[in-house]
Design a protein around this ligand. Sequence first.
Ligand SMILES: Nc1ncnc2c1ncn2[C@@H]1O[C@H](COP(=O)(O)OP(=O)(O)O)[C@@H](O)[C@H]1O
Ligand SMILES: [Mg+2]
Length: 219
Amino acid sequence: MIECVGLSFSFGRSAILSNLELTVYDGERIVVMGRSGAGKTTLLRLLAGLVAPSGGTIRVGGEAASAAGSVSMAPSRRDIGFVFQAGALWPHMTVEQNVLYGLADLPRPEARLRMTEALVACKVVELALRLPGQLSGGEQRRVGLARAIAPHPRHLLMDEPLTNLDTDLRLELLQLMCEIVRSRGTALVYVTHDEDEASAVGGRQMRLENGHLVESGTA
Ligand SMILES: Nc1ncnc2c1ncn2[C@@H]1O[C@H](COP(=O)(O)OP(=O)(O)O)[C@@H](O)[C@H]1O
Ligand SMILES: [Mg+2]
């Protein structure tokens, strides 16, 4: 579970998030929509512990994780996987190395097992030895997903993971993502500006507006 209370974030003088409240329960799906610049990426970065809030608190698994100006629980300790907007793979590392990177805490044989399992689940096992530059856009997204799920995180954050892909591929990847998340009971926070994607993901539907989250129902 991730709990945000009175969460605020500003860049200089401009307030991006103000007094935002959000609880992500174990195993649930939440969709966050909102116009470009609304602060969706900023919210995910705060949840992941990549940045500190300007005000308010974040608790992860019942423990204090972030407070004004401080990140007390490191991103790697939060049990949170992150699928970034543009894939964001390390360009100089092979697919295998990209996925193993997040498994460095495990003994080597177990890390390789998890890596293979994630590549199989995301249907990219045959691309294991390629560099990101040798992959199509869709393949890169699959690898980004594999990297995020490989450590079996309790929570998964996805930041517009399907933008710039054609419709068929988007549908296929969306199904794959939802299947993995459901079968593992992973909590999902899914950011998109696409209405169709939002209803396909389902769960609690929210909009980020004027720094607040407004819940618009369940799909
Ligand atoms: N490093 C930064 N410095 C100053 N402003 C930023 C920075 N990063 C993002 N912003 C601003 O914060 C706001 C929210 O950005 P972001 O969270 O990326 O929005 P979204 O993901 O909803 O499009 C935008 O107005 C953006 O211009
Ligand atoms: Mg964004």
